[in-house]
Ligand binder design. Structure first.
Ligand code: FES
Length: 113
């Protein structure tokens, strides 16, 4: 009972990236598209998620998340609870880009100001 209450509080606090939230800001790919691609196409390697609308082929920020979703879906890793809000996810991507770790392509969702 105590665990369920804590989980509920976390959901109420919107501490999750929802299925319709964007994961790849460079190519506008949602978490739902990624999981649908995984379930329909059964890629053999995480890198094949690039065939899902180009996910992961821009600045590279979302690649660790794509790898994690692949590992979870192929049961190579336990499913983890999201700990980032969509706003925090976008903010961290902005810092990643500002640090020169990746360059978004033209048409990408720009990092927050
Ligand atoms: S956010 Fe996915 S490649 Fe930039």
């Amino acid at each position: 009972m105590r665990i369920a209450q804590r989980s509920f509080a976390r959901f109420e606090g919107n501490f999750v990236v929802e299925l319709d939230d964007t994961i790849c800001y460079c190519f506008h790919v949602s978490k739902r598209k990624i999981f649908n691609f995984l379930r329909i196409h059964h890629p053999r390697r995480a890198s094949q998620l690039s065939e899902c609308g180009g996910a992961g082929t821009g600045c590279g920020w979302c690649v660790p998340f794509l790898k994690r979703y692949f590992a979870e879906e192929t049961q190579q890793a336990p499913r983890l609870e999201e700990l980032l809000t969509p706003e925090e996810y976008a903010r961290q991507r902005g810092e990643y880009i500002k640090a020169g770790k990746g360059t978004p392509p033209p048409g990408a969702i720009p990092p927050p100001a």
